[in-house]
Design a protein around this ligand. Structure first.
Ligand SMILES: [Zn+2]
Length: 83
């Protein structure tokens, strides 16, 4: 099934600097959170991929950020009208 995730910008501790901008994705089904450095689409996709790997429910879900249609790699924006 498709699972909506909350994606929010966060400040993470960096190795060389005190604070690094990142993103945090929260699974809407179980509340599990993943964090990734950077605020680009790639960072968001990484968070969603981590949710798939780490979700305590071990469900084979498709995680997506409803606020960011561009997170589907390679798909034209219009493709989102299906399903
Ligand atoms: Zn979950």
């Amino acid at each position: 099934m498709k699972v909506r995730c909350d994606v929010a910008p966060v400040e993470l501790e960096g190795d060389y600097v005190a604070v690094v901008e990142g993103v945090c994705a929260t699974c809407s089904r179980c509340g599990h959170e993943t964090e990734s450095y950077g605020t680009t689409d790639a960072s968001v996709r990484r968070c969603l991929a981590l949710l798939h790997d780490e979700c305590p429910n071990h469900e084979d879900n498709y995680y997506f950020d409803p606020d960011e249609p561009a997170t589907c790699p390679g798909a034209p924006r219009g493709a989102y009208r299906r399903g």
